[in-house]
Design a protein around this ligand. Sequence first.
Ligand code: GLU
Length: 480
Amino acid sequence: MSDSIVRTRFAPSPTGYIHVGNVRAALFPWLFARGNGGKFIVRIEDTDQARYVEGAQDLILETLKWLGIDWDEGPQVGGDYGPYVQSERVERYKQWAQILIDKGLAYADPYTPEQVDAFRAEAKAAKQPFLFRNFRPENPPVWDGSMPLRFKVTDIKRYTWNDPVMGELSAGPEALDDFILIKSDGMPTYNFAHIADDKDMEITHVVRGLEYIPSIPKYLSLYEALEITPPVLVCLPHIMAPDGKKKLGKRDGAKSVTEYKNEGILPEAMLNFLASMGWNDGTEQEIFSVQELIEKFSFDRVQRSGARFDENRLLWMNGQWIRRLDIDDLFNRVTDFWPESAKEVGDERKKQILQLVQDRLKTLADLPMLSDYFFTEPTVDWSMITDNKQLSKLSTDQIVDLLNAAKNELLASDFDTDAIQECLNHLLEITGQKPAILFSLIRIAVSWAPFSPALNDTLAVLGKNTVIGRIQLAIDSARQ
Ligand code: GLU
């Protein structure tokens, strides 16, 4: 395979769900691969057995699928560079380790934890940073797999590298040390395994979080020892918690991406939101289709400072995306969101109501609140009138008079949306009331819901009998 083909990867550890703070480590390399005719690979990094969580891998893959992030190689799809699960590549890491052993660049670490503690204390007493390389054993035993295998860093120098997002970065010799390559349980460390895998899988761009920057000099020293040209190393800034002060983490309530699915967020909106958090195309555009993102994405427009997580922006974007869907598409997506009261209702009627409330949905989960009163008789809640700034100024008699006038006019109407609008305008004239009062009153009397679509449309879809019946009920209950 030619070196010029872009190959990026997402390398999750199956330690839990993907939350909104870390999913860009999948999205950005995917956009980059898709925009450059490249390949996107998923690799499961499961060598830390203590942190392994059953079921996490499936959850991660489901999340990617829901977002539409597809992979060319990896679990479930295979590929020429497999296996794509690190625990199945253990023999390969041993081969890589052997290269270093043969070069005299790896050694068995014979120390007990107590001995290492003593070295650490010694360094501390001398006011020196603790570096393992200052305590190398003089005659290490032959490595038989029972002890950790450590890298022997020999070229102690300053490293400078160019990160397409963070710019030129540099770190001195204090960042270099003899790190563990293979643990005593036979598993490689992340530090070692990812370098071997990225080389074996011909990865051209490694994209991961900012927290890896301090370790990059170590990786560069290992690349050199293995005579590997490093891939392009890209670090993404953190997503910050809403207060802007700390990294968004699971402990700050960063939800799993799929939780948003259950809350009625569309994958298009989530993708758009995630991509435009800390990235823009240099214009004011905010709504991007996935195709546009693929065409426009580049690392050099990713912001260096951490982007703040703003859930309200996600809701706004979701509303925008819901509005753009055609009604049949939207109808298919809301199957699980209808209220109980819609259970026996036919598809055509449901679609008609959905069309009416489409513009008001911020999430699909708003559907019951916005549609329940179309399917079932709402509960009269007089506080909606007494708590309303305008309506609370009216006396009960005035309310009853207005409702009676509305009832009589609507009774005489032909009841299509135009006729209803005419009738409502006429009512404004004869009562001398403002729309904010009259229309709000009618809206509440027929729905007892906090929001409803345009009044004439709402009344038309409810139908004359229902509207008149509900207004009458409101009149009756006003006197109680
Ligand atoms: N397995 C690492 C993690 O989940 C991946 C880092 C990388 O992409 O190299 O954080």
